[in-house]
Design a protein around this ligand. Structure first.
Ligand code: CO
Length: 136
């Protein structure tokens, strides 16, 4: 199976400053901004070929991104793979004994369905599975 990276997510403390940084460093522009309330984040999407870079800024102190930035500073947060059926992938991983952060899919950006896999089962990297709305 050919896996595709849907996006690479970077935790930032200041979304506008980070958008400006990517623009000046790499000449990459933000193509979309969206607040995802369930995650307590505002997301800026930067399009880079077939994948995306997502800059994530916390919108509240309860946000996992707020906690992440407080603890470790801004930086790489997670890598997301595109999947056709996130529920089926979760069931497969669960059967293999993989630690899941989300036992059931939840709503992500742009009406996608997403689930996170615990870094304890992946060698220390937080991975997300994304089922884009077009695949539903
Ligand atoms: Co993500």
């Amino acid at each position: 199976m050919q896996r595709e990276v849907d996006h690479i997510a970077i935790a930032v403390s200041d979304l506008d400053a980070s958008i400006a940084l990517y623009s000046s460093l790499f000449q990459i522009e933000a193509v979309h901004r969206e607040e995802v309330e369930s995650f307590g984040v505002e997301i800026a999407t930067l399009s880079v070929g077939g994948t995306e870079i997502e800059l994530l800024a916390a919108t509240s102190e309860d946000s996992p991104i707020h906690k992440f930035v407080q603890r470790r500073g801004p930086g790489l947060h997670h890598i997301a793979f595109a999947v056709a059926d996130v529920g089926r992938e979760l069931a497969r991983l669960k059967k293999e004994g993989v630690r899941l952060i989300d036992e059931t899919p939840r709503r992500g950006k742009g009406n996608s369905l997403v689930a996170f896999i615990h870094p304890g089962s992946t060698g220390g990297v937080l991975y997300e599975l994304v089922q884009p709305p077009r695949a539903r």
